[in-house]
Design a protein around this ligand. Structure first.
Ligand code: IPE
Ligand code: IPE
Ligand code: MG
Length: 249
């Protein structure tokens, strides 16, 4: 459907509030190309990307989305030049410094998916503080995937399961998809209903491979720094027009 002629408010009115996706996951991609188009360094694109994180977190929590997962830094992103990685870590610290009070005010609970032990000390410290300060919040759960890789996550789960089997906490026979899920970073959370990837790439890039078994995928050519509130509305409207069968008829 072409939504270009509709205002943001008209789009909002098209959303069925009783059929919202419980869990939305977003692969925030396209910052570098957005900057390149403006003859600016890649980190300029990441800065503008942060503005969209702020906007989309606010929009999702106001809508009443229960879980929002944002893919911010993958286990493969360490391959990038040091200057870009440093810039991304600085932006992470800046984001928390700027937004922590608002997250608390909006009752948002921050979780991290991924191994934060590999982050620079300052970033780790800020992230831990934000997790601690929001731990009792009961509104939207905001998962930020940081140094996240789905294959690493699955291997970590397998290791945890083997340990629990060895210790007699679970029996091999009892292992099932539900129990397996409890060893993932997303334990106790529902699988994403809707996965959004902007920037025109049609791949998962090592993101939530286990959790997206029945997720609806929504792709767009828009680059992440241009992914404003109305794009989220469009994705949700399209999602609500899908027929989710889960293997049934
Ligand atoms: C942001 O977009 C995603 C991150 C890894 C932070 P990119 O930096 O991948 O931008 P493109 O894909 O090069 O345009
Ligand atoms: C995926 O984007 C990772 C994040 C958005 C954090 P990439 O830009 O790293 O993915 P590829 O390399 O194009 O697959
Ligand atoms: Mg990219």
């Amino acid at each position: 459907m072409n939504y270009d002629k509709l205002s943001e408010e008209e789009l909002l009115n098209l959303i069925n509030m009783s059929n919202l996706p419980n869990h939305i996951a977003i692969i925030m991609d396209g910052n570098g190309r957005w900057a390149k188009k403006r003859f600016m360094p890649r980190n300029f694109g990441h800065q503008e990307g942060m503005e969209r994180v702020i906007e989309i977190v606010e929009t999702a929590s106001q809508l009443g989305i229960k879980y929002l997962t944002l893919y911010a830094f993958s286990t493969e992103n360490w391959k990038r030049p040091k200057n870009e990685i440093d810039g991304l870590m600085k932006i992470l610290v800046l984001y928390i410094k700027r937004e922590l009070d608002k997250l608390c005010k909006n009752n948002v609970k921050l979780n991290i998916l991924g191994d934060i032990s590999a982050l620079p000390e300052l970033a780790r410290k800020e992230v831990k503080k934000a997790i601690k300060n929001t731990e009792d919040n009961s509104g939207m759960a905001l998962n930020i995937a940081l140094n996240y890789g789905s294959r690493d996550e699955i291997i970590l789960a397998v290791k945890g399961i083997i340990k629990d089997i060895e210790m007699g906490n679970i029996n091999i026979e009892d292992l099932n998809p539900g129990i397996f899920s409890n060893y993932l970073y997303t334990k106790n959370q529902p699988d994403p209903d809707l996965l959004i990837r902007p920037s025109g790439e049609l791949r998962l890039s090592n993101f939530m491979l286990y959790q997206v078994a029945y997720t609806e995928f929504w792709f767009s050519d828009v680059l992440w720094p241009d992914f404003k509130t109305r794009k989220l509305y469009e994705a949700i409207i399209d999602y609500q027009n899908r027929d989710r069968r889960f293997g049934g008829i």
